[in-house]
Design a protein around this ligand. Sequence first.
Ligand code: KIV
Ligand code: ZN
Length: 388
Amino acid sequence: MSDKLFIFDTTLRDGEQVPGCQLNTVEKIQVAKALQDLGVDIIEAGFPISSPGDFESVVQISKAVTWPTICALTRAVQKDIEVAAESLKYAKKGRIHTGIGTSPFHIKYKLNSTPEEIIERAVAAVKYAKKYVEDVEFYAEDAGRTDNEYLARVIEAVIKAGATVVNIPDTTGYCLPNEFGEKIKYLVENVTGIHKAVIATHCHNDLGMATANTVAGIMNGARQAEVTINGIGERAGNTSLEEVVMTLKSRYQVLGIETGINTKNIFHTSRLVSTLMNMPVQPNKAVVGRNAFAHSSGIHQDGVLKNRENYEIMDPADVGINESSILLTARSGRAALKHRLELMGFELTKEKLDEVYEQFLKLADHKKDIRDDDIALLVGDATHQERR
Ligand code: KIV
Ligand code: ZN
């Protein structure tokens, strides 16, 4: 099995479904180019049948982007597939992503169908898409709540029909990591011809387990992860690109799988998407949150100043953040204050440092945000006369 994981970014399709976060075509092109620079393998650019704007965006992104595969989403409906194929006509490498619901809920209540008819419709959609493009991905919507035995039958049938990638979405974010991992393992072990297709994970975060489920899928044989920048997406969002990529990088010794992502572009891409979509990144968000590399307690600050690996498992520079930050709070120790003073150009005697530290603690008790100006005032030299 290959040790390369394909990164399929769906920020511009599943991510963009967040209410109030819609982008215009120019903004989507900007994001698509940033995703290309980031090194994603596949960009899901839209759902072309859904609106003329989505169609146009797929066309323009196909023209603007040079090397990642451009993917367009469809239902298992002929008209959707025709429109998707048309939207991809300028793509250097185009993929149609078609599929249908496979869980009992979807079959009965959404599609008013039967398990056998769903297999027929899935196969027909894949065969129809193959008339237009070689690269056809099939999604079994709500695979997370689909019985493994039935799912294996669906997947075997669509691979036989020519699917190059089989996507196993946990559409409702329902699975536990061990269940999701077992589901992928079951497919690897029970689907005839599974080696002819790449298995993809597409996890949602309703229970906060999207990344864990994705990693469990990868550990059991999936080689494409469907993700979004900052984990944006409907409801609680999708698996976040930065979490999966940095998990594989940080734990390479255990997992042994690599991506082609230029990790140093992660922070920039995160902020670009956040700004354009007007969707703030939560401060404690793993990898890209404002506090992801910020240390505030005295014990941690002292540890980081002695050796950052005491409390950091990733180098912030690897994700494009210049340095870890030592926040000055009422819980900071002398070491943190001394470090900040040195960065500001002050070198104090031990006695002077003790004096300033005492004043600092009093100030920090009632002021949350201690700035360099406050420190300079405490040193008794707002004009910085004691600078080296
Ligand atoms: O969550 C999901 O099932 C999807 C599919 C359309 C791939 O987004
Ligand atoms: Zn989804």
